[in-house]
Design a protein around this ligand. Structure first.
Ligand SMILES: Nc1ncnc2c1ncn2[C@@H]1O[C@H](COP(=O)(O)OP(=O)(O)OP(=O)(O)O)[C@@H](O)[C@H]1O
Ligand SMILES: [Mg+2]
Length: 324
């Protein structure tokens, strides 16, 4: 459920509803982290005439380049050494439903012409296959980086950018719609109460004022986390200003709390280098609000290396969301 009454959010809802019920095959959803891109992608799917078909999501940044192609397009038996059986890709799994290509800006350059061809011809081939298969699914792409900047830097093909941007949904950051903060906070309080079969916690005037003046770099996800935490800390009583911990943000990747400006502490028993590395990665992810490119840049490693480290530490983001 999309909550918010600001003009900019309502305009996005109106466009998403139109797009959902139209035949428009491709949509680009742009917005900072936590602004609701996946929520809107699911909303567009839910408004469509094929809402009973699958919604599948794939994060282009979280899957190694070597696997992404067969994840998307599937492969024929024997297409490569480990391909012992034919596998359907997510484009096929989505059927007549929706495929959400999240963090499209991270789609490797090698796969970009392939995606463009697919969007134009509405057919594709499995890896190692020769038969052209039709695509029935709607493609929604999401990005939290400026794709036009990526075009300028040569990381993203201009033709694919134009093809994807035909219908473009821009989700406003929360700091530009502070009027929605209270509505969202109360919505999350009701949700939390429903989960625990209780009554929604109330907000003191001080707490509400603090929520309304915060700049929300992590947008709605950050607000949701702040509220969730405040409910626990307040222990069922009215949420006061001191229950709102803006300095601490929950890392998107790891389900742990990391304090911005974290100092890595070495206990008397010592720590392994792997543990220290994992803490440094989590702290940097918290600083960047889960932005993988920015995290890799700060840590001075490549995106694929960061992806490998996240996987080996068990910190990778959920990569594929299976059908609803
Ligand atoms: N307008 C809204 N109303 C209610 N809940 C919202 C709204 N916008 C976002 N949320 C909630 O905030 C959280 C983050 O939303 P979502 O995952 O869709 O963001 P995102 O833009 O995909 O973020 P990221 O770029 O980090 O992947 C989700 O729990 C979502 O349900
Ligand atoms: Mg998302």
């Amino acid at each position: 459920m999309v909550v918010g009454q600001s003009d900019s959010l309502q305009a996005a809802v109106a466009l998403a509803t139109k797009v959902g019920s139209s035949r428009a095959a491709t949509v680009l959803v742009c917005g900072e982290t936590g602004t609701g891109k996946e929520l809107f992608a699911r909303g567009i799917h839910a408004c469509s005439t094929h809402s009973n078909d699958p919604f599948v999501a794939i994060n282009c940044a979280a899957i190694p380049e070597s696997l992404l192609e067969s994840e998307l397009f599937g492969h024929e038996r024997g297409a490569f050494t480990d391909a012992r059986a034919m596998k359907r890709g997510l484009l096929e799994v989505a059927g007549r439903g929706t495929i959400f290509l999240d963090e499209i800006g991270e789609l490797p350059l090698k796969l970009q012409p392939k995606l463009l061809r697919i969007l134009e011809q509405r057919t594709f081939r499995r890896v190692g296959g020769s038969v052209e298969l039709p695509i029935a699914a709607r493609v929604i792409a999401g990005t939290n980086v400026s794709l036009s900047d990526a075009v300028d830097s040569g990381a993203f093909r201009e033709d694919l950018f134009y093809r994807l941007s035909v219908v473009r949904l821009d989700l406003p950051p929360l700091r530009e719609r502070s009027g929605d903060v209270e509505l969202l906070a109360r919505h999350f309080l009701r949700d939390l109460a429903r989960e625990s079969d209780g009554v929604p916690a109330t907000l003191s005037a001080d707490a509400l004022a603090a929520l309304c003046t915060h700049t929300w770099p992590g947008n709605v996800r950050e607000l949701k986390n702040v509220i969730e935490r405040a409910v626990i800390v307040a222990g069922g009583k009215t949420i006061q200003r001191q229950h709102l911990l803006f300095q601490r943000r929950r890392s998107v990747q790891a389900d742990v709390d990391v304090e911005c400006g974290t100092v890595i502490r070495i206990p008397p028993g010592g720590k392994t280098l792997d543990e220290i590395e994992s803490e440094a990665i989590q702290a940097t992810l918290a600083l960047t609000h889960g932005n993988l490119s920015a995290t890799a840049r700060i840590l001075g490693i490549s995106r694929p290396t960061l992806g490998r480290k996240l996987r080996s530490a068990g910190l990778e983001r959920r990569m594929v969301v299976s059908s609803q």
